[in-house]
Design a binder for this molecule. Sequence first.
Ligand SMILES: NC(=O)c1ccc[n+]([C@@H]2O[C@H](COP(=O)([O-])OP(=O)(O)OC[C@H]3O[C@@H](n4cnc5c(N)ncnc54)[C@H](O)[C@@H]3O)[C@@H](O)[C@H]2O)c1
Ligand SMILES: CC(C)CCC[C@@H](C)[C@H]1CC[C@H]2[C@@H]3[C@H](O)C=C4C[C@@H](O)CC[C@]4(C)[C@H]3CC[C@]12C
Length: 369
Amino acid sequence: MAESTEVRKLVYLVTGGCGFLGEHVVRMLLQREPRLSELRVFDLHLGPWLEELKTGPVQVTAIQGDVTEAHEVAAAVAGAHVVIHAAGLVDVFGRASPKTIHEVNVQGTKNVIEACVQTGTRFLVYTSSMEVVGPNIKGHPFYRGNEDTPYEAVHKHPYPCSKAQAERLVLEANGREVRGGLPLVTCALRPTGIYGEGHQIMRDFYHQGLRLGGRLFRAIPASVEHGRVYVGNVAWMHVLVARELERRAALVGGQVYFCYDESPYKSYEDFNMEFLGPCGLRLVETRLLAPYWLLMLLAFLNALLQWLLRPLLLYAPLLNPYTLAMANTTFTVSTDKAQRHFGYEPLFSWEDSRTRTIRWVRAMEGSAQ
Ligand SMILES: NC(=O)c1ccc[n+]([C@@H]2O[C@H](COP(=O)([O-])OP(=O)(O)OC[C@H]3O[C@@H](n4cnc5c(N)ncnc54)[C@H](O)[C@@H]3O)[C@@H](O)[C@H]2O)c1
Ligand SMILES: CC(C)CCC[C@@H](C)[C@H]1CC[C@H]2[C@@H]3[C@H](O)C=C4C[C@@H](O)CC[C@]4(C)[C@H]3CC[C@]12C
């Protein structure tokens, strides 16, 4: 818990605070931000776990609200010193319409920026995504690149398009005058694929493996590297950069940072097996059974079925042409920008991150062990 010697005077707002990443940010702030007096957790759907946080020294205020509603956002932001904007519609499976994705991710972010300007909140951290950069639609590899690596960022899919637009809005807002006359200081963090306790897609793969008799079938060549980062370290980066936005405004304001830690470079599936393997699943090599052209065909078939069935039901499997392209394109980062700019070091080693994630998978109902 936070040291009690520091004066508690800061009010933080976390949008999307009940999501996978948001919950970790909320818990991390309570543990590691000693100057916190009030923590506002804003989300469309509030989690029951918030109740247990209300007994500590920090006032935890749960706000059920929608980022697309400007007045709700303004009311939540008023009086906050720092906003961590992690709310977003994370959808690469075609569950939501492009319009809804745009409304939540772009209009929602505009609302957050305008609320900061109108109410006088000076510090804004935006949870962006690696997808603002890539993989691009041409499938170009991004091999251990950093924030300055040239890459042709071309987006078509609604989700990366929305994240790219929202990130640009946040960065352009850096320096805008907020109520009271002081400048707004903003930055954006770009996680790669986040994993850890609460990761829904890991849960889906685990249950799929159980249904298939403890097996998962390799679909992607092991040579394709996919960047992953532990949720606790992503949360820690948010807490640290939020703290440093005031002290190092000139350096950090208007900047983007990839989120990174010591997680190894591996293919998406091999990486998942780091956790699912010790929980009783095995990855079966199927290069002969499932060549890439077949996967592509299945992915397009899924997309066609989704379109045909849309009037009747929502068909949104994990495999579609976009997710296949993502999984099949090398995208990994290698950078120390966050360390140089605001002293970030991962809080959790790879061993810790792995152990914590395995413990969480094991605790899931119906463990294969
Ligand atoms: N999961 C990843 O691998 C990953 C990687 C890079 C970036 N991100 C970004 O991190 C952020 C959090 O992602 P996550 O994985 O925790 O997703 P998540 O879906 O678990 O969390 C998002 C939260 O936002 C809330 N939300 C959605 N629409 C809202 C609205 N209209 N108003 C208020 N709240 C709303 C949801 O209820 C949810 O609690 C997102 O902005 C996402 O783009 C995620
Ligand atoms: C070919 C199939 C068998 C495997 C499909 C895997 C697929 C569902 C995975 C692969 C890569 C994953 C994305 C990646 O980790 C990064 C992000 C960025 C983030 O902003 C949102 C989540 C997302 C898109 C992951 C979603 C699941 C993906 C596509």
